[in-house]
Design a protein. Sequence first.
Length: 251
Amino acid sequence: MAEPTEFRLRPIGYVRSAVGERKSMPPLGTIADVELLPEFAAGLLRIEKHSHLWVMAWLDQAEREVLQVTPRGVSDRGPAGLHGVFAVRSPARPNPIGLTLTRILGLDGLRIRCERLDFLDGTPVIDLKPYFVTRDAALAANNAPIGRPLNREALRDALTLQAANFHGELCPDLALAVEAIERFRAEQLELAEPDAWEITVPLAWPCLVDAVMGMTRATPGKGNLHFAVGDEIVIHHGGGRWSYPLTRRQP
Ligand SMILES: [Zn+2]
């Protein structure tokens, strides 16, 4: 039997977002709705069991003929910045399927309010699947950096997301941890992510420890996260030592 060479998809709904063009989309997306078509409403039964959702969309404006791109955030526009489309999350690819993990903020009839959805207004949605912590969360996963954040705000947003994804809430100690890691990367590494560093965190700051683990993926088991008494985060990198003193804020 011949292998099929084409498939037909149909939208199950559309993105309803305040952002209608790509250059206005924040790097981590924005609060937006997925509006299901009425004939698929029954498919939402018990979706409230899940906090997070994979949203798959058909990126109808994407380029489909290229196989290598220099993604957003890569400063080297020469050959060294080129990446295969299967090695990056650029919309350009033969089948322009967008895949974004989002947190469900609320349900209202056919509309699912999503946090950090990075699809443009009107983008066709082709599928929704729940995020399973038991199999989707590969906490030991790693990426060699593809590019560096566009600016300090983009770095802060990315760090806050990683910290909150690990810790589960935004709290004052988490914000302090973000500030320290952001400052180190901005002042010492031109925003880049270090390939090797060791971090010492204070035992008496549990929320901050969670946040640092989420942002850096350092763990005691890997040997790059250490605990100490005191009120500072200490970073060792490339033979240098940086200390970030902490002062607790009122929540
Ligand atoms: Zn907390």
